[in-house]
Design a protein around this ligand. Structure first.
Ligand code: SF4
Length: 345
């Protein structure tokens, strides 16, 4: 049985051609799946029994299984989802006044191994398939009832959950293309999607010319020595090369800002000197900086900077003209905040 969510619209045309279905059937199936959220081909009421049967025998419409749910006092909901091979991932629903965001995982675990991240600490298992990425959105939509209730509509998706999306780029790209397919109400335009990466320069080089979504880079340090000490990926793709590719992105997408994420770790990357170095290296890069409080997890070796230090750090950046904001994490009480996700509850 093939997972229909793994196919792009174009690939579905050729799939349906092999089944001797008329081309217009592709759009009909897409509407049922991506706009109405049906979970079975027998719910596609404008198809006769024979067509429903052929589709049911050929494809499945994948949903991961909800293993556990945790609800934060701030409204954030964390889902522990079980995949067909019994591995688990986490996804997070973040409701806000004017938007609802889902934070998606792209891998089971992560090989990048950032020292401040619970996912990285627990190692890498495998890449997620497109249907396992899209399935996270669908299962959350089912749960919060956003297929029918417009106020629960998912307006934004961030690829900031478990995994490095650029180490699974082909599947992430298919998922992004397919998430557009839900039409005006359920579809997610690329400007509502943010791809967050630790800076896999070799992949960025290939994808930035055609990258439609927003780009966020996990920077976390203003010099290579500090960055390497907390993000070993810096030994492979160093800061200098990363900033060169960021400038290339700016040239190719002059109307977009890159978001740099910067977790403030006490005594490591949070002093005045570091803020000044950051100003220096970001000179000439069109960007904004998201300062993030460190979210603690069992086994971590860090202490987050206190509020005063975070405010001072921001003040220094802002005084030099950098657009810097402090991102207050959501769902900390249920371990759903940035860097806290793992494969078990
Ligand atoms: S921060 Fe992202 S890239 Fe780094 S280890 Fe965690 S999941 Fe992987």
């Amino acid at each position: 049985m093939k997972g229909i969510l793994n196919f792009t619209q174009e690939q579905l045309v050729s799939q349906f051609n092999n089944l001797k279905f008329a081309k217009f059937r592709v759009q009909q199936v897409i509407d049922w799946i991506y706009s109405k959220g049906v979970t079975s081909f027998t719910q596609m009421t404008n198809f006769n029994g024979q067509t429903q049967g052929t589709l049911s025998n050929s494809y499945c419409i994948y949903r991961p299984q909800i293993s556990a749910i945790k609800k934060s006092i701030d409204g954030t909901i964390k889902f522990l989802l079980k995949l067909d091979d019994s591995l688990t991932i986490e996804s997070v629903f973040i409701p806000e006044d004017h938007r609802n965001t889902i934070c998606l995982s792209t891998q089971v675990g992560c090989a990048v191994g950032c020292k401040f991240c619970n996912t990285g600490y627990n190692g890498f298992k495998r890449n997620l398939k497109p249907e396992e990425i899209i399935g996270q959105v669908f299962v959350i939509k089912d749960y919060v009832d956003s297929w029918k209730d417009r106020t629960k509509r998912i307006s934004n998706v961030v690829f900031m959950g478990m995994g490095e999306p650029l180490y699974n780029w082909n599947n992430v790209n298919i998922a992004m293309q397919n998430l557009k397919l839900g039409g005006e109400i359920q579809g997610l335009s690329p400007k509502r999607i943010t791809l967050s990466t630790s800076g896999i320069v070799s992949v960025l080089e290939k994808i930035i010319p055609t990258l439609e979504c927003n780009l966020a880079i996990s920077l976390h340090a203003p010099n290579s020595a500090t960055r390497s000490s907390i993000m070993p990926i810096n030994n492979l793709y160093n800061l200098e090369n990363l900033l060169t590719i960021c400038k290339a992105y700016n040239r190719l997408h002059p109307n977009k800002l890159i978001t740099f994420e910067y977790i403030l770790l006490n005594g490591i990357n949070d002093n005045t000197g570091m803020a000044k170095q950051l100003i220096k290296i970001l000179h000439g890069v069109k960007c904004k900086v998201n300062l993030i409080q460190f979210n603690s997890w069992k086994g971590d070796k860090f202490v987050g900077s206190d509020e005063q230090k975070i405010q001072n750090f921001r003040k220094i950046l802002v005084s030099s003209g950098i657009n810097a904001t402090i991102r207050h994490s959501r769902g900390r009480d249920i371990m759903a905040a940035c860097g806290q996700l793992q494969s078990s509850n």
